[in-house]
Ligand binder design. Sequence first.
Ligand SMILES: Cc1cc2nc3c(=O)[nH]c(=O)nc-3n(C[C@H](O)[C@H](O)[C@H](O)COP(=O)(O)O)c2cc1C
Length: 380
Amino acid sequence: MRAASIGDYREAARRRLPHFLFEYFDGGSYAERTLRANIDDLQHIALRQRVLNDVSAIDLSTTLFGQSLSMPVALGPIGLAGMAARRGEVQAARAAAAKDVPFTLSTVSACSLSEVAQGCPTPFWFQLYMVRDRGFLRALLEEASAAACPVLVFTVDMPLPGARYRDVRSGLSGAPGLAGQLRRVGQAMRRPGWAWDVGIHGRPHQLGNVAPLLGPKSGLEDFLGWMKDNFDASVTWADLDFVRAHWQGPIVIKGILDAEDARHAAAAGADGIIVSNHGGRQLDGVPSVARALPAIADAVGDRLTVLADGGVRSGLDVVRMLALGAKGVMLGRAWAFALAADGERGVRHVLELIEAEMRVAMALTGVTAVNQIGQETLAA
Ligand SMILES: Cc1cc2nc3c(=O)[nH]c(=O)nc-3n(C[C@H](O)[C@H](O)[C@H](O)COP(=O)(O)O)c2cc1C
């Protein structure tokens, strides 16, 4: 069956991925209220239908941080996305390049920075997590500069990880040692397509940028354990100076959910922020992005570039986020599901769906350019 929507890709990913991996991509933290609220609150925002405007020529293009894009959309950072398909981050980066939108590589990707740089002709954005080992971070930032990454996304909403019950139940993080490994292998064997493509031929144990720090311990479990032990919970606004000292280009702070913090980011000289609650994977019970975004955009929208992510499952949702005050929108699970289901082609198709859906939403709200989308685009 050809996927017609991002929802279809989610179902296709469920069928293709071993259970523990689907749960990893799909899940949130604790009772998953924020995860659900991201999606529901956004979809409940009513657009204002307008008619009899000339909408025969709709222009989706925009510029973010000096970069011309075909539409105000980027693929956001997804740790271990490369486990969804063979050398998955390279495939996703190529899809983004083909559609003229940025791809963001996570610090904790499955493919390393150099592998993605070699595999994809177009520079991509790089996302930084503050880990304790500053020497490692310096080297990583140098590598990202050498790869001509135009934008650094600095994620600040994970001083420590939120509890993800689904990962414990699925056997991803709750079953240590051989027992856990056997459980995951059992689940993988029930997904022969994935097992052949990724498990056997995809070098799943070459775990990207952090591989040198893991040493011989290269299992998924070691990787998750390393993340838990090495993320630096002592980071403050002052550490932005460290990042600034080692990065020449624009810095975009990801994980802002409060207007006060947004003002801090502007005062600290950030070029942009991403209003985000990490897709409902960190503190369950915080507001959805759709609820938090308007006040933040009001507070700092004239001082830095406000992007947003969380719960975007269609081009209509992109238009809603823009109407709430974002200048650009990141996709998260949407592209990870498509990558799992159909690799590079799936991610390209998701971007095509978003583009087509945005066009319809713009036509029927009576706007022809993305900078015309605003509060007036929403029904009272
Ligand atoms: C499986 C998974 C892994 C993620 N890994 C990262 C990461 O490595 N770095 C990061 O900044 N955000 C990460 N995020 C958060 C996403 O960048 C984004 O904020 C979130 O997925 C948006 O919500 P949505 O997926 O519901 O659209 C991850 C999200 C998911 C679902």
